[in-house]
Ligand binder design. Structure first.
Ligand code: SF4
Ligand code: SF4
Length: 56
């Protein structure tokens, strides 16, 4: 299990600072989560203003 950031992301960067395992980085058109690093904690979803990170 890992979270995935959908296309609603507005690249605000808020989630990157909240991730305890630094799994989030800026991508070309949105922020992206490294599924192999993500521990499924949900912190990114809690701070996202547009609810873009979703559990998969
Ligand atoms: Fe990081 Fe947790 Fe979001 Fe996974 S669910 S990307 S570990 S903040
Ligand atoms: Fe994108 Fe939400 Fe992360 Fe901001 S907090 S960069 S909108 S996923």
């Amino acid at each position: 299990m890992a979270y995935n950031i959908n296309d609603d992301c507005i690249s605000c960067g808020a989630c990157e600072a909240e991730c305890p395992v630094s799994a989030i980085s800026a991508g070309d058109s949105k922020y992206v989560i490294d599924a192999d690093t993500c521990i499924d904690c949900g912190a990114c979803a809690g701070v996202c203003p547009v609810d873009a990170p979703k559990p998969e």
